[in-house]
Ligand binder design. Structure first.
Ligand SMILES: NC(=O)c1ccc[n+]([C@@H]2O[C@H](COP(=O)([O-])OP(=O)(O)OC[C@H]3O[C@@H](n4cnc5c(N)ncnc54)[C@H](OP(=O)(O)O)[C@@H]3O)[C@@H](O)[C@H]2O)c1
Length: 319
């Protein structure tokens, strides 16, 4: 079988396809033939060495596929069943052994790419943990045409909020509008803070989801209404600047941060949050759209594309 291996940190060229021995399922694991491996921005941070992993390693936390073998202790899963996973490093591979308790059972009708759940579960915890959104709330979603961004827009609209999305091109803006966003700002051309204050009659938004970081976070906090919350969950443009807590006092603002790994560390939470995403997909209000597909050997191209801001929505490798 083949898998992608990173032997040294650096540019996309570090993603190399190699032959490897097929893994075996341990007693509490299942062996999966991978039908799709998801690409996430965190894979880029790790490849560059911003988040450090022991070398060499095979990237990728998420995927979906069909079980080909079950370990001797595994009772709840069977060969032939379709599962997804979001916390097993090594997913850029044709075959992968995953802990059975972390395998997320999928409806048989799901096709490759329908249920790559990492970004969906991210959107789920971001929606669930920081504010109980209701109609009347204003939400600002940065990089709204991105993988997580598209799902946040749909989820916030589903909950009845008014949604403002930011993105960097007219093509991406069209996509964000089609997902139901009420307003879209091209933050590469105009100052989103000025625009948000104009749209809200100087009131500001109740919550902002910021995965961009350096270029936006300070103004994200400034775009909040009284009692609002700015959630930092990523750093696509680099780490956010420090925020002085005293600057939060006059308008009773909150600054929060979160990582998916903290919210799925407990297997019950992992399964419950994943089920919430699958239900949204099945009910039809949450759509990931057909992911942009790349061959396993083209992982370097997928990384160049996501880093180059040229992508919209989900990216996947099809091994
Ligand atoms: N904390 C968590 O639990 C968690 C989980 C998943 C993802 N994340 C974070 O969420 C963010 C989105 O992840 P994703 O996988 O869905 O990626 P993505 O949004 O599909 O891709 C990144 C997007 O960031 C925007 N961006 C803004 N400035 C950028 C810059 N200087 N360089 C590159 N991109 C820039 C681009 O959108 P525009 O062109 O529209 O600006 C780009 O398309 C990332 O920061 C990621 O680390 C966090």
């Amino acid at each position: 079988m083949q898998k992608v291996v990173i032997r040294d940190v650096g540019g996309p060229g570090q993603l190399k396809l190699e032959d490897a021995a097929e893994p075996r399922a341990g007693a509490d694991e299942v062996l999966v033939k991978v039908s799709a491996a998801g690409i996430n921005y965190v894979d880029v941070y790790q490849r560059k060495g911003i988040y450090k992993l022991p070398l060499p390693y095979t990237p990728g936390f998420e995927g979906m596929g069909t079980i080909t073998a079950v370990g001797s202790n595994v009772k709840q899963l069977r060969v032939g069943q379709q599962v997804a996973w979001i916390d097993t490093l090594g997913s850029y591979s044709q075959m992968l052994a995953i802990p059975a308790s972390h395998a997320i059972a999928l409806p048989d009708s799901f096709k490759a790419g329908d249920a790559l759940l990492f970004q969906g579960v991210t959107a789920q915890y971001l929606m669930a943990e920081y504010r109980a959104l209701t109609a009347g709330d204003w939400v600002l979603v940065h990089s709204a045409a991105g993988g997580v961004g598209q799902l946040l827009v749909q989820w916030a609209k589903h909950l009845g909020a008014t949604v403002v999305g930011t993105t960097s091109s007219s093509q991406k803006a069209e996509r964000v509008r089609a997902l139901g966003a009420d307003y879209v700002i091209d933050y590469s051309k105009s100052d989103f803070l000025t625009e948000v204050l104009a749209l809200t009659n100087k009131r500001g938004v109740d919550i902002v989801f910021d995965g961009v970081g350096h270029d936006t976070f300070e103004r994200s906090v400034q775009s909040l209404a009284r009692g609002g919350t700015a959630v930092c969950y990523g750093a696509a443009s680099g780490p956010s600047p420090k925020i002085d807590p005293h600057s939060l006092v006059p308008k009773a603002l909150r600054v929060a941060g979160g990582s998916i790994f903290g919210y799925i560390a407990d297997v019950k939470q992992l399964q419950a949050r994943s089920r919430a995403v699958i239900e949204g997909i099945q009910q039809g209000w949450l759509k990931q759209g057909a992911p942009a597909a790349y061959a396993l050997g083209d992982a370097h191209r997928a990384h160049s594309d996501i880093e180059g801001r040229g992508t919209q929505g989900k990216l996947m490798l099809v091994p």
